[in-house]
Design a protein around this ligand. Structure first.
Ligand SMILES: [Zn+2]
Length: 90
């Protein structure tokens, strides 16, 4: 079994919010390692597709910066995937 995250073809629209690291505005999320994307719950981690920094949902409509201790291996993989995608597109 691979440790590489698999990304859901599904996604959730969210209220418009901004990444607390770079200000990128987003209004949808997808989920790694899930067939169906769940509505974000407080405490769920998300990775900004623009800057690849980790954020944590405070409410389904707000995120804050993640602290290093909160970033798990799955989030690190997602960060690597986003950085790899940016490198291929540049
Ligand atoms: Zn960002």
């Amino acid at each position: 079994m691979s440790d590489v995250p698999r990304y859901s073809p599904d996604f959730q629209w969210t209220p418009l919010m901004a990444c607390p690291w770079c200000g990128y505005e987003f209004d949808a999320v997808s989920q790694a390692n899930a067939e169906v994307c769940a509505w974000p719950e407080p405490g769920d981690m998300t990775v900004c597709i623009a800057c690849a920094h980790c954020c944590v949902f405070v409410t389904p409509a707000t995120v804050r910066r993640a602290v290093p201790d909160e970033i798990d291996e799955e989030a690190r993989q997602v960060q690597q995937d986003i950085r790899r995608m940016h490198a291929r597109l540049s």
